[in-house]
Design a protein around this ligand. Structure first.
Ligand code: E4P
Length: 216
């Protein structure tokens, strides 16, 4: 499973990439707005840091606007994947952009039917929003499982990118369900590697070693 950072913050991106475990990155208009920096220089810097695919989202909601913005976004860097929302116009935009060889991540997917249509339209990634479904008492993980099964049944090449990840359990369950990618905030990435027994065990090893006076 690929790990993407869900971030627009340069410090977090650099720290995540330095770990050597990050395969790509996703942003959305909220994450970019939080940085309070002009869009183009910020996303150029992000694309230069991220080793793999970098999803940049359109803000137009009409078909023509999405096509125009999508094409502009691809000029930022070769690793850009255009993100379009899962609406009627968004599906049409995915079809057109994919037809022209532009890779699209279809975002805000909240149902299996939406995911089916997106794969048929040619999206490279589908982004089901786990956390936001959980927030309204729907089981977000059921959607990941449904999409993985439907895509496998028909051999769709669209990759399932589990999004709106809020905690390590989301990552484990998405991996068990067979999601191709998990995009997560930096704090969740850090949580993935922590365990109190590891810290306690390491402290005990070092205390014992230091008391013994031995040297390597
Ligand atoms: C990423 O592609 C999504 O925009 C992001 O995961 C949404 O996360 P949120 O629901 O925590 O805002």
């Amino acid at each position: 499973m690929k790990i993407f950072l869900d971030a627009g913050n340069i410090t977090e991106l650099r720290a995540g990439v330095a770990m050597g475990l990050v395969d790509g990155c996703t942003t959305n208009p909220s994450l970019i707005a939080k940085e309070k920096r002009p869009f183009r220089p910020l996303v150029e810097e992000i694309c230069g840091i991220v080793p793999g695919d970098e999803s940049l989202e359109v803000v137009a909601t009409d078909y023509e606007g999405m096509i125009k913005e999508g094409k502009e976004l691809t000029l930022v860097a070769p690793n850009v994947v255009v993100k379009c929302p899962l609406t009627k116009d968004g599906l049409k935009a995915v079809r057109t952009l994919s037809g022209e060889g532009i890779r699209v991540n279809q975002t805000l997917c909240c149902s299996a039917t939406q995911a089916l249509l997106s794969a048929k339209a040619g999206a490279v990634y589908i982004s089901p929003f786990l956390g936001r479904l959980d927030d309204i008492s729907a089981v977000g993980m059921d959607l990941i499982r449904d999409i993985c099964q439907i895509y496998a049944n028909y051999g769709f090449k669209t990759q399932v990118l589990a999004a709106s990840i809020r905690n390590p359990l989301h990552v484990v369950d998405a991996a068990k369900a067979g999601a191709h990618v998990c995009t997560m905030p930096f704090n969740v990435l850090e949580m993935l590697m922590k365990h109190p027994l590891t810290d306690i065990g390491l402290k005990k090893f070092l205390d014992d070693w230091n008391r013994s006076g031995a040297k390597i």
